[in-house]
Design a protein around this ligand. Structure first.
Ligand SMILES: [Zn+2]
Length: 485
Protein backbone atom coordinates (compact mmCIF):
# COMPACT_ATOMS: atom_id res chain seq x y z
CA UNK A 1 0.00 0.00 0.00
CA UNK A 2 1.20 3.45 -0.80
CA UNK A 3 2.16 5.62 2.09
CA UNK A 4 -0.47 8.21 2.63
CA UNK A 5 0.78 11.69 1.87
CA UNK A 6 0.37 13.98 4.85
CA UNK A 7 -1.58 17.19 4.51
CA UNK A 8 -2.47 19.78 7.04
CA UNK A 9 -0.45 21.39 9.78
CA UNK A 10 2.66 19.25 9.65
CA UNK A 11 5.72 21.48 9.83
CA UNK A 12 9.15 20.56 8.50
CA UNK A 13 11.81 19.46 10.98
CA UNK A 14 14.03 22.39 11.85
CA UNK A 15 17.47 22.62 10.25
CA UNK A 16 20.37 24.87 11.13
CA UNK A 17 20.45 26.44 7.67
CA UNK A 18 16.74 27.21 7.64
CA UNK A 19 16.66 28.69 11.14
CA UNK A 20 19.76 30.82 10.51
CA UNK A 21 18.21 32.14 7.29
CA UNK A 22 15.22 33.38 9.31
CA UNK A 23 17.44 35.72 11.38
CA UNK A 24 17.76 39.09 9.66
CA UNK A 25 19.44 42.37 10.58
CA UNK A 26 16.18 44.14 9.80
CA UNK A 27 14.20 42.17 12.41
CA UNK A 28 16.97 42.35 14.99
CA UNK A 29 17.16 46.12 14.59
CA UNK A 30 13.37 46.47 14.77
CA UNK A 31 13.36 44.57 18.08
CA UNK A 32 16.18 46.69 19.46
CA UNK A 33 14.33 49.85 18.38
CA UNK A 34 11.22 48.62 20.19
CA UNK A 35 13.19 48.24 23.43
CA UNK A 36 14.72 51.70 23.03
CA UNK A 37 11.23 53.12 22.45
CA UNK A 38 10.06 51.53 25.72
CA UNK A 39 12.91 53.23 27.59
CA UNK A 40 12.59 56.60 25.87
CA UNK A 41 8.82 56.78 26.42
CA UNK A 42 9.54 57.75 30.04
CA UNK A 43 11.53 60.48 31.68
CA UNK A 44 14.17 58.15 33.10
CA UNK A 45 15.04 56.74 29.62
CA UNK A 46 16.00 53.45 31.25
CA UNK A 47 14.87 49.82 31.47
CA UNK A 48 16.22 49.24 34.98
CA UNK A 49 14.31 46.62 36.97
CA UNK A 50 11.02 48.02 38.24
CA UNK A 51 10.94 50.96 35.79
CA UNK A 52 8.03 51.38 33.35
CA UNK A 53 10.42 50.79 30.44
CA UNK A 54 11.38 47.44 31.96
CA UNK A 55 7.79 46.45 32.67
CA UNK A 56 6.80 47.30 29.09
CA UNK A 57 9.64 45.06 27.90
CA UNK A 58 8.30 42.15 29.96
CA UNK A 59 4.70 42.47 28.74
CA UNK A 60 5.80 42.90 25.14
CA UNK A 61 7.87 39.69 25.30
CA UNK A 62 4.92 37.82 26.79
CA UNK A 63 2.60 39.07 24.01
CA UNK A 64 5.07 38.31 21.23
CA UNK A 65 5.63 34.77 22.49
CA UNK A 66 1.97 34.01 23.18
CA UNK A 67 1.00 35.16 19.68
CA UNK A 68 3.12 32.33 18.21
CA UNK A 69 0.84 29.67 19.74
CA UNK A 70 3.87 27.38 19.93
CA UNK A 71 5.00 27.90 23.52
CA UNK A 72 3.63 27.60 27.02
CA UNK A 73 4.33 31.13 28.19
CA UNK A 74 4.38 32.24 31.79
CA UNK A 75 5.45 35.14 33.95
CA UNK A 76 7.43 34.06 36.99
CA UNK A 77 6.92 36.61 39.71
CA UNK A 78 9.52 37.53 42.31
CA UNK A 79 10.10 40.42 44.65
CA UNK A 80 13.13 42.56 45.14
CA UNK A 81 14.19 45.99 46.22
CA UNK A 82 14.62 48.26 43.19
CA UNK A 83 15.72 51.81 42.57
CA UNK A 84 12.85 53.18 40.48
CA UNK A 85 14.50 56.52 39.83
CA UNK A 86 17.42 58.59 40.98
CA UNK A 87 19.26 61.77 40.17
CA UNK A 88 21.99 64.08 41.32
CA UNK A 89 20.24 67.42 41.84
CA UNK A 90 23.40 69.28 42.82
CA UNK A 91 27.09 68.44 42.91
CA UNK A 92 29.29 71.42 43.67
CA UNK A 93 32.96 71.38 44.61
CA UNK A 94 34.18 74.59 46.25
CA UNK A 95 31.03 76.18 44.91
CA UNK A 96 31.63 75.16 41.29
CA UNK A 97 29.52 72.65 39.34
CA UNK A 98 31.26 69.28 39.17
CA UNK A 99 30.48 66.12 37.24
CA UNK A 100 29.75 62.83 38.95
CA UNK A 101 27.77 59.62 38.42
CA UNK A 102 25.00 58.43 40.71
CA UNK A 103 25.76 54.99 42.14
CA UNK A 104 22.67 52.82 41.97
CA UNK A 105 20.86 52.33 45.30
CA UNK A 106 22.50 55.44 46.67
CA UNK A 107 20.60 56.88 49.62
CA UNK A 108 19.03 60.29 49.24
CA UNK A 109 20.86 63.12 50.96
CA UNK A 110 21.64 66.81 50.86
CA UNK A 111 24.85 67.96 52.52
CA UNK A 112 27.51 70.65 52.25
CA UNK A 113 30.69 69.52 54.02
CA UNK A 114 34.45 69.02 53.65
CA UNK A 115 35.87 66.01 51.80
CA UNK A 116 37.87 63.64 54.02
CA UNK A 117 40.31 61.16 52.45
CA UNK A 118 39.70 57.51 53.40
CA UNK A 119 42.82 55.33 53.82
CA UNK A 120 43.69 52.41 51.54
CA UNK A 121 40.72 51.25 49.48
CA UNK A 122 38.07 51.82 52.13
CA UNK A 123 37.25 48.13 52.48
CA UNK A 124 37.82 48.03 56.26
CA UNK A 125 36.20 50.02 59.04
CA UNK A 126 39.68 51.02 60.22
CA UNK A 127 40.29 52.85 56.91
CA UNK A 128 37.78 55.51 57.94
CA UNK A 129 39.24 58.29 60.11
CA UNK A 130 37.09 59.86 62.84
CA UNK A 131 37.06 63.06 60.77
CA UNK A 132 34.68 61.57 58.20
CA UNK A 133 31.88 61.87 60.74
CA UNK A 134 29.41 64.45 59.46
CA UNK A 135 31.55 65.00 56.36
CA UNK A 136 32.00 63.48 52.89
CA UNK A 137 34.19 60.36 52.57
CA UNK A 138 36.52 60.33 49.55
CA UNK A 139 37.27 56.71 48.63
CA UNK A 140 39.21 54.96 45.87
CA UNK A 141 37.53 52.30 43.75
CA UNK A 142 39.01 48.81 44.03
CA UNK A 143 39.23 45.49 45.86
CA UNK A 144 35.74 45.36 47.40
CA UNK A 145 32.18 46.25 46.44
CA UNK A 146 31.00 49.84 46.13
CA UNK A 147 28.19 48.90 48.51
CA UNK A 148 30.63 47.90 51.26
CA UNK A 149 32.43 51.24 50.94
CA UNK A 150 29.18 53.21 51.13
CA UNK A 151 27.97 51.20 54.13
CA UNK A 152 31.28 51.57 55.98
CA UNK A 153 31.25 55.31 55.27
CA UNK A 154 27.76 55.42 56.77
CA UNK A 155 28.86 53.45 59.82
CA UNK A 156 31.68 55.94 60.34
CA UNK A 157 29.12 58.74 60.37
CA UNK A 158 29.83 60.16 56.91
CA UNK A 159 27.00 62.19 55.37
CA UNK A 160 27.90 61.16 51.82
CA UNK A 161 30.57 59.30 49.85
CA UNK A 162 32.50 60.00 46.66
CA UNK A 163 34.17 56.97 45.05
CA UNK A 164 36.81 57.82 42.45
CA UNK A 165 37.87 55.51 39.66
CA UNK A 166 41.08 53.45 39.78
CA UNK A 167 41.49 53.67 35.99
CA UNK A 168 41.29 56.66 33.66
CA UNK A 169 37.83 58.17 33.16
CA UNK A 170 34.60 58.00 35.11
CA UNK A 171 32.30 55.04 35.73
CA UNK A 172 28.77 53.97 36.55
CA UNK A 173 28.13 51.32 39.15
CA UNK A 174 25.73 49.88 41.65
CA UNK A 175 25.92 49.55 45.43
CA UNK A 176 23.71 46.46 45.17
CA UNK A 177 20.14 46.25 46.40
CA UNK A 178 19.78 46.92 50.13
CA UNK A 179 19.62 45.77 52.83
CA UNK A 180 23.31 45.37 53.31
CA UNK A 181 24.42 43.48 56.45
CA UNK A 182 27.21 45.99 57.18
CA UNK A 183 24.80 48.91 57.39
CA UNK A 184 22.83 51.57 55.52
CA UNK A 185 24.17 53.34 52.46
CA UNK A 186 24.85 57.06 52.32
CA UNK A 187 24.36 59.32 49.29
CA UNK A 188 27.06 57.99 46.95
CA UNK A 189 28.45 59.32 43.69
CA UNK A 190 31.34 58.40 41.41
CA UNK A 191 33.98 60.65 39.87
CA UNK A 192 36.84 60.01 37.45
CA UNK A 193 40.30 58.95 38.54
CA UNK A 194 41.77 62.27 37.38
CA UNK A 195 39.29 64.29 39.45
CA UNK A 196 39.46 62.03 42.52
CA UNK A 197 43.23 61.83 42.74
CA UNK A 198 43.34 65.61 42.21
CA UNK A 199 41.18 66.06 45.32
CA UNK A 200 43.37 63.67 47.30
CA UNK A 201 46.53 65.57 46.35
CA UNK A 202 45.02 68.93 47.28
CA UNK A 203 43.76 67.67 50.62
CA UNK A 204 46.97 65.87 51.58
CA UNK A 205 48.79 69.09 50.54
CA UNK A 206 46.81 70.93 53.21
CA UNK A 207 43.95 72.43 51.19
CA UNK A 208 40.31 72.23 52.21
CA UNK A 209 37.75 71.04 49.67
CA UNK A 210 34.09 71.52 50.43
CA UNK A 211 31.41 69.84 48.35
CA UNK A 212 27.66 70.08 48.13
CA UNK A 213 25.94 66.81 47.28
CA UNK A 214 22.17 66.73 46.81
CA UNK A 215 20.94 63.33 45.65
CA UNK A 216 17.35 62.12 45.41
CA UNK A 217 16.57 58.45 44.85
CA UNK A 218 13.38 56.39 45.01
CA UNK A 219 14.02 52.85 46.25
CA UNK A 220 11.02 50.57 46.65
CA UNK A 221 10.04 46.98 47.20
CA UNK A 222 9.21 45.89 43.69
CA UNK A 223 7.49 43.00 42.01
CA UNK A 224 9.00 41.85 38.73
CA UNK A 225 8.91 38.86 36.41
CA UNK A 226 10.97 36.41 34.44
CA UNK A 227 9.30 35.58 31.13
CA UNK A 228 9.42 31.85 30.41
CA UNK A 229 8.45 30.16 27.15
CA UNK A 230 8.71 26.40 26.66
CA UNK A 231 7.84 24.67 23.41
CA UNK A 232 4.64 22.64 23.66
CA UNK A 233 6.30 20.06 21.42
CA UNK A 234 9.53 18.12 21.68
CA UNK A 235 10.91 15.75 24.30
CA UNK A 236 10.65 17.54 27.64
CA UNK A 237 13.16 15.10 29.14
CA UNK A 238 15.93 16.31 26.83
CA UNK A 239 15.39 20.01 26.95
CA UNK A 240 17.58 22.88 25.77
CA UNK A 241 17.34 26.10 27.82
CA UNK A 242 18.65 29.48 26.78
CA UNK A 243 18.39 32.95 28.17
CA UNK A 244 19.13 36.67 28.13
CA UNK A 245 18.33 39.47 30.58
CA UNK A 246 15.54 41.99 30.15
CA UNK A 247 16.77 44.75 32.48
CA UNK A 248 19.24 47.57 31.95
CA UNK A 249 21.17 49.66 34.46
CA UNK A 250 19.75 53.02 35.55
CA UNK A 251 22.08 55.03 33.32
CA UNK A 252 20.58 54.04 29.98
CA UNK A 253 18.22 51.91 27.90
CA UNK A 254 20.58 48.90 27.76
CA UNK A 255 20.20 48.08 24.08
CA UNK A 256 23.44 46.14 23.67
CA UNK A 257 23.37 45.11 27.37
CA UNK A 258 21.23 43.15 27.07
CA UNK A 259 18.64 44.24 24.53
CA UNK A 260 20.79 42.45 21.96
CA UNK A 261 20.57 39.09 23.73
CA UNK A 262 16.86 39.58 24.48
CA UNK A 263 16.01 40.34 20.86
CA UNK A 264 18.43 37.69 19.59
CA UNK A 265 16.75 34.85 21.46
CA UNK A 266 13.26 36.27 20.79
CA UNK A 267 13.90 36.27 17.04
CA UNK A 268 15.08 32.66 17.27
CA UNK A 269 11.98 31.77 19.31
CA UNK A 270 9.78 33.32 16.61
CA UNK A 271 11.63 31.54 13.79
CA UNK A 272 11.55 28.20 15.59
CA UNK A 273 7.76 28.27 15.70
CA UNK A 274 7.67 27.52 11.96
CA UNK A 275 9.27 24.12 12.51
CA UNK A 276 8.93 20.74 14.13
CA UNK A 277 11.48 19.81 16.79
CA UNK A 278 12.56 16.60 18.53
CA UNK A 279 13.70 18.13 21.83
CA UNK A 280 11.87 20.78 23.84
CA UNK A 281 13.33 24.27 24.22
CA UNK A 282 12.83 26.74 27.08
CA UNK A 283 13.53 30.43 26.50
CA UNK A 284 14.21 32.39 29.71
CA UNK A 285 14.06 36.18 29.79
CA UNK A 286 15.60 37.06 33.15
CA UNK A 287 14.91 40.17 35.21
CA UNK A 288 17.36 41.76 37.63
CA UNK A 289 20.63 40.48 36.14
CA UNK A 290 22.24 43.83 36.76
CA UNK A 291 21.32 43.70 40.44
CA UNK A 292 23.04 40.36 41.01
CA UNK A 293 21.59 37.70 38.66
CA UNK A 294 18.31 37.90 40.57
CA UNK A 295 15.92 36.41 37.99
CA UNK A 296 18.06 33.50 36.85
CA UNK A 297 18.96 32.71 40.45
CA UNK A 298 15.27 32.71 41.39
CA UNK A 299 14.41 30.46 38.44
CA UNK A 300 17.09 27.87 39.21
CA UNK A 301 16.40 27.92 42.96
CA UNK A 302 12.70 27.19 42.33
CA UNK A 303 13.22 24.57 39.66
CA UNK A 304 12.11 21.15 40.95
CA UNK A 305 14.92 18.56 40.84
CA UNK A 306 13.16 16.49 38.16
CA UNK A 307 12.78 19.54 35.90
CA UNK A 308 16.37 20.60 36.49
CA UNK A 309 17.46 17.12 35.42
CA UNK A 310 15.50 17.52 32.16
CA UNK A 311 17.74 20.39 31.03
CA UNK A 312 20.61 18.98 28.98
CA UNK A 313 22.27 22.35 28.47
CA UNK A 314 21.87 26.13 29.02
CA UNK A 315 23.00 28.84 26.59
CA UNK A 316 23.46 32.46 27.68
CA UNK A 317 23.56 35.57 25.48
CA UNK A 318 24.45 38.78 27.27
CA UNK A 319 25.76 41.51 24.89
CA UNK A 320 26.03 40.21 21.33
CA UNK A 321 26.25 43.40 19.24
CA UNK A 322 29.14 45.38 20.76
CA UNK A 323 30.37 48.14 18.42
CA UNK A 324 34.12 47.43 18.88
CA UNK A 325 33.41 43.72 19.13
CA UNK A 326 35.24 40.47 19.60
CA UNK A 327 33.58 37.12 18.92
CA UNK A 328 34.02 35.49 22.32
CA UNK A 329 32.79 32.08 23.48
CA UNK A 330 32.43 31.07 27.13
CA UNK A 331 35.44 28.93 28.04
CA UNK A 332 33.49 25.77 28.84
CA UNK A 333 36.50 23.45 28.63
CA UNK A 334 38.64 25.64 30.89
CA UNK A 335 41.49 25.66 28.37
CA UNK A 336 41.93 29.43 28.46
CA UNK A 337 41.09 30.37 32.06
CA UNK A 338 41.19 27.13 34.03
CA UNK A 339 37.55 27.40 35.08
CA UNK A 340 35.59 24.73 33.25
CA UNK A 341 31.88 24.00 33.30
CA UNK A 342 30.05 20.72 34.01
CA UNK A 343 30.44 17.94 31.39
CA UNK A 344 28.86 19.16 28.15
CA UNK A 345 30.18 22.72 28.54
CA UNK A 346 33.25 21.85 26.50
CA UNK A 347 31.01 20.46 23.74
CA UNK A 348 28.98 23.66 23.68
CA UNK A 349 32.17 25.72 23.38
CA UNK A 350 33.35 23.46 20.54
CA UNK A 351 29.98 23.89 18.84
CA UNK A 352 30.38 27.67 18.71
CA UNK A 353 34.03 27.38 17.67
CA UNK A 354 32.87 25.33 14.69
CA UNK A 355 30.13 27.84 13.97
CA UNK A 356 32.54 30.80 13.78
CA UNK A 357 35.05 28.76 11.80
CA UNK A 358 32.36 27.80 9.28
CA UNK A 359 31.32 31.45 9.06
CA UNK A 360 34.93 32.38 8.24
CA UNK A 361 35.32 34.36 11.46
CA UNK A 362 37.97 34.47 14.16
CA UNK A 363 36.93 33.82 17.75
CA UNK A 364 38.34 34.06 21.24
CA UNK A 365 37.42 32.77 24.70
CA UNK A 366 35.85 34.58 27.64
CA UNK A 367 36.15 33.39 31.23
CA UNK A 368 33.46 31.14 32.65
CA UNK A 369 33.39 32.89 36.00
CA UNK A 370 29.69 33.08 36.81
CA UNK A 371 29.24 36.77 36.10
CA UNK A 372 26.10 36.50 34.01
CA UNK A 373 22.91 34.45 34.12
CA UNK A 374 24.62 31.15 33.31
CA UNK A 375 26.15 31.27 36.83
CA UNK A 376 23.16 29.77 38.70
CA UNK A 377 22.89 27.00 36.06
CA UNK A 378 26.56 26.08 36.47
CA UNK A 379 26.10 25.96 40.21
CA UNK A 380 23.58 23.14 39.94
CA UNK A 381 25.63 21.21 37.41
CA UNK A 382 23.86 22.17 34.17
CA UNK A 383 26.34 22.35 31.27
CA UNK A 384 26.39 25.86 29.86
CA UNK A 385 27.87 28.10 27.21
CA UNK A 386 27.16 30.98 24.89
CA UNK A 387 28.69 33.90 23.07
CA UNK A 388 29.65 37.44 24.04
CA UNK A 389 31.00 40.42 22.10
CA UNK A 390 32.58 42.50 24.87
CA UNK A 391 31.86 45.17 27.48
CA UNK A 392 34.11 47.83 29.04
CA UNK A 393 37.42 46.01 28.53
CA UNK A 394 39.80 47.72 26.12
CA UNK A 395 40.47 45.98 22.84
CA UNK A 396 44.00 44.57 22.63
CA UNK A 397 46.31 44.90 19.64
CA UNK A 398 45.92 41.17 18.96
CA UNK A 399 42.14 41.50 19.02
CA UNK A 400 42.26 44.44 16.60
CA UNK A 401 44.24 42.23 14.21
CA UNK A 402 41.80 39.32 14.59
CA UNK A 403 38.52 41.27 14.58
CA UNK A 404 39.23 44.72 13.21
CA UNK A 405 38.09 47.73 15.21
CA UNK A 406 40.20 49.94 17.42
CA UNK A 407 42.80 48.77 19.94
CA UNK A 408 42.89 50.69 23.22
CA UNK A 409 39.15 51.50 23.00
CA UNK A 410 36.48 49.67 25.00
CA UNK A 411 34.77 46.79 23.21
CA UNK A 412 31.55 48.64 24.11
CA UNK A 413 32.37 52.28 24.93
CA UNK A 414 28.69 52.81 25.86
CA UNK A 415 28.65 49.94 28.38
CA UNK A 416 26.29 50.83 31.27
CA UNK A 417 25.89 54.34 29.86
CA UNK A 418 23.14 56.52 28.41
CA UNK A 419 24.52 56.01 24.90
CA UNK A 420 23.83 52.24 24.92
CA UNK A 421 20.97 52.75 22.44
CA UNK A 422 20.29 51.41 18.93
CA UNK A 423 23.09 53.51 17.44
CA UNK A 424 25.51 51.60 19.69
CA UNK A 425 24.98 48.27 17.91
CA UNK A 426 27.19 46.64 15.30
CA UNK A 427 24.48 45.11 13.14
CA UNK A 428 26.76 42.65 11.32
CA UNK A 429 27.88 41.26 14.66
CA UNK A 430 24.29 41.20 15.92
CA UNK A 431 23.32 39.11 12.88
CA UNK A 432 26.33 36.79 13.16
CA UNK A 433 25.60 36.04 16.83
CA UNK A 434 21.85 35.87 16.18
CA UNK A 435 22.53 33.18 13.62
CA UNK A 436 24.85 31.45 16.12
CA UNK A 437 21.89 31.21 18.51
CA UNK A 438 19.74 29.85 15.68
CA UNK A 439 22.39 27.27 14.77
CA UNK A 440 22.66 26.04 18.36
CA UNK A 441 18.90 25.92 18.92
CA UNK A 442 18.31 24.06 15.64
CA UNK A 443 21.09 21.57 16.39
CA UNK A 444 20.23 20.75 20.00
CA UNK A 445 16.46 20.77 19.45
CA UNK A 446 17.05 18.13 16.80
CA UNK A 447 19.53 15.87 18.59
CA UNK A 448 21.90 15.63 21.54
CA UNK A 449 24.01 13.05 19.76
CA UNK A 450 27.62 13.16 20.92
CA UNK A 451 26.63 15.19 23.98
CA UNK A 452 27.30 13.72 27.44
CA UNK A 453 24.34 12.57 29.52
CA UNK A 454 23.42 14.78 32.46
CA UNK A 455 25.12 13.69 35.64
CA UNK A 456 22.63 14.95 38.15
CA UNK A 457 24.67 13.86 41.15
CA UNK A 458 27.65 16.13 40.45
CA UNK A 459 28.79 18.21 43.35
CA UNK A 460 27.74 21.81 43.30
CA UNK A 461 30.36 23.73 41.45
CA UNK A 462 32.04 26.46 43.40
CA UNK A 463 31.65 29.66 41.40
CA UNK A 464 32.03 33.30 42.22
CA UNK A 465 28.90 34.24 44.09
CA UNK A 466 26.67 36.63 42.23
CA UNK A 467 26.52 39.02 45.16
CA UNK A 468 30.26 39.48 44.99
CA UNK A 469 30.28 40.67 41.44
CA UNK A 470 28.21 43.83 41.42
CA UNK A 471 30.91 46.19 40.30
CA UNK A 472 32.64 43.54 38.23
CA UNK A 473 29.71 42.44 36.14
CA UNK A 474 30.75 41.82 32.55
CA UNK A 475 34.35 42.50 33.45
CA UNK A 476 35.46 39.30 31.85
CA UNK A 477 39.06 38.80 31.04
CA UNK A 478 40.00 37.13 27.80
CA UNK A 479 43.02 35.19 26.80
CA UNK A 480 45.59 37.53 25.30
CA UNK A 481 45.92 35.82 21.94
CA UNK A 482 42.68 35.17 20.10
CA UNK A 483 42.49 31.96 18.16
CA UNK A 484 42.88 32.65 14.50
CA UNK A 485 40.81 30.88 11.95
ZN1 LIG B 1 24.28 42.17 30.74
Amino acid sequence: MLARRQYGSQKPLVTSEALQADITQENLLAGAQQLEDFAYAYEGRTRIIGSPGHNDTIYWLKDELEALDYYDVSLQNFFTVAMISGQINTFLVNGVNASGGLLEYSASGNVTAPLVVVANLGCNATDYPAAVSGNIALISRGSCEFGLKSALAGNAGAAAAIIYNNAPGGFNGTLGAPPRPEGDYVASISVSQEVGTGYVESITGGANITATIDVLTDIQNTSTYNVLATTKGGDQNNKLALGAHTDSVLAGPGINDDGSGTVGILEVAKALSKYEINNAVTFGFWAGEEEGLLGSTYYVANLPANESAQIRGYLNFDMIASPNYVHAIYDGDGSAFNISGPPGSAEIEAFFENYFTSAGQNFTATAFDGRSDYGPFLEVGIPSGGTFTGAEELKTEEEAVAFGGEAGIALDPCYHSACDNVTNLDLGTFELHGKAIAAAVATYSTSWEGFPARNTTVLRRSVVKARKTHQARHHRSRRSLPLLK
